[in-house]
Design a protein around this ligand. Sequence first.
Ligand SMILES: Cc1cc2nc3c(=O)[nH]c(=O)nc-3n(C[C@H](O)[C@H](O)[C@H](O)COP(=O)(O)OP(=O)(O)OC[C@H]3O[C@@H](n4cnc5c(N)ncnc54)[C@H](O)[C@@H]3O)c2cc1C
Length: 241
Amino acid sequence: MPVERVDPRFVPGLAADDVLGAVFCATDGVADPPALTREVVRRAAALGIDVQERTDARELERDVLVVAAGAYSGDFGVDLPIRPLARQLLETAPIEGLPDELPMVIEAESGFHFRRRDDCLRIAMADVEPRWGFDETVDESVFADRLERLADRYPPAAGTSIARAWAGLYDMTPDAHPIIGPVGDGLYAACGFSGHGFMQSPAVGRAVAEDLLHGESTLDLSPYRLARFSEGSTFPEHLVL
Ligand SMILES: Cc1cc2nc3c(=O)[nH]c(=O)nc-3n(C[C@H](O)[C@H](O)[C@H](O)COP(=O)(O)OP(=O)(O)OC[C@H]3O[C@@H](n4cnc5c(N)ncnc54)[C@H](O)[C@@H]3O)c2cc1C
């Protein structure tokens, strides 16, 4: 990845006096996951694939069932070490004068991060006490803390408020990497993406299709096999935002 060391003061408005170092990746991007998903479904249907919405995948007649049910992937009759973890995104009210070139900013030490979305900022951070479980309600008790962090790190946003917030579920595995590969008779897993699955999805989709259709894939999927947990060959990812 073209990640460079930079002087954090290159970000206009950022309070960087307490920052010892920074890195920046100019090719990072953002995308709209629901729009992308809809487009993938549209193209699949256009290719003649039988798309059945609002159908429980467990009831389908099939040769192979790909378990790709996110936080619900543990419901497929095979013991997968996947736990739901609630995480939320907060969006500020519009802030005047946000520079177009404001990059996504992550405090590596705290995990607090924000990025521009139109004329608002989207803020996120891991909870001090992880919210394990399927409860997707928004916890408003963190709003004041997140706004204070935002004002400290990015003073042009001081005084703003949270206009909306929503929560979703991470599907966490013990090492925060996905489980990809056969997991039972006629069952193949592609789940447990632990909060960073959207960015991995193009590569994973291609690799899983190759593996299922041709018995091997151009990407080595073996590090993601289910057996890594019983074999003790996990490789924990620590940078989960
Ligand atoms: C707040 C938040 C922020 C995130 N930010 C990022 C980010 O910046 N970058 C990134 O890469 N990732 C991010 N992620 C993670 C990313 O959203 C997930 O890793 C990704 O959506 C996983 O995709 P998936 O298809 O495996 O599962 P999901 O997107 O969870 O989709 C699973 C689907 O399976 C369906 N399903 C469940 N049970 C069944 C069943 N029995 N039959 C049929 N269908 C079923 C569900 O309804 C759902 O539609 C974020 C997640 C959250 C919650």
